[in-house]
Design a protein around this ligand. Structure first.
Ligand code: 5GP
Ligand code: MG
Ligand code: MG
Length: 183
């Protein structure tokens, strides 16, 4: 992390740019092999998953379609409300299609378990989850997540799509914020 990248606001870098790219490359190959030539639809969850989607899909050896959902579960603070609301629904009918949900982070798991149940009610062929980050110590509901980039400690992180009050999404690394940012 360097000074010109808001690095002064970070307390610690948890995951470097190189580590993120390397892991996404592995996962992309694994997803590709899993569907063995059958088409799958990537469903990103806005806005946090934007950068995961961009780098994951570019690491595929071939092409895969994508769609997006936006839900609200967090306000501008750092705690999950558990209340999920659809702000933007899919453009696509997922009936009888393989779906891969692409997420930035699973914290309590409340948001994703709601999204998964919602998508499953539309009769897709299958639904799997790919998340860059997961906080095992924060889980409030068990989630069957086939692809996980990194398990991280139960701290609030920013960067690589993850925001604090809409800031820091453009950091190339994942890190924790210094205390002075919150005050
Ligand atoms: P959950 O419902 O699993 O508790 O949280 C879902 C959403 O909350 C995530 O998709 C993400 O947008 C946000 N979130 C959870 N943990 C963090 C975190 O450590 N940092 C940031 N920036 N957002 C988080
Ligand atoms: Mg998210
Ligand atoms: Mg957020």
């Amino acid at each position: 992390m360097d000074a010109e990248h808001m690095g002064a606001d970070l307390e610690r870098v948890l995951i470097s740019e190189e580590e993120i790219q390397r892991r996404l490359g592995e996962i992309a190959q694994d997803i590709w092999d899993h569907y063995a030539g059958e088409e799958f639809l990537l469903v990103g969850v806005l806005k946090g998953a934007v950068l995961v989607m961009a780098d994951l899909m570019r690491a595929f050896p071939g092409s895969a379609p994508m769609d997006w959902m936006a839900v609200s579960s967090y306000g501008s603070g750092t705690k999950s409300s558990g209340v999920v609301r659809i702000l933007k629904d899919l453009d696509t009918d997922i009936t009888d299609r393989h779906v891969v949900i692409v997420e930035d982070i699973i914290d309590s798991g409340l948001t994703l378990s709601w999204i998964r149940a919602n998508l499953e009610s539309r009769h897709p062929k299958s639904v799997e989850i790919c998340t860059l980050l997961r906080k095992p110590d924060a889980a409030k509901v068990a989630i069957d997540c086939r692809w996980v980039g990194f398990d991280i400690p139960n701290d609030f992180v920013v960067g690589y799509g993850l925001d604090y009050d809409e800031r820091y999404r453009n950091l190339r690394v994942i890190g924790t914020l210094a205390p002075h940012v919150y005050s």
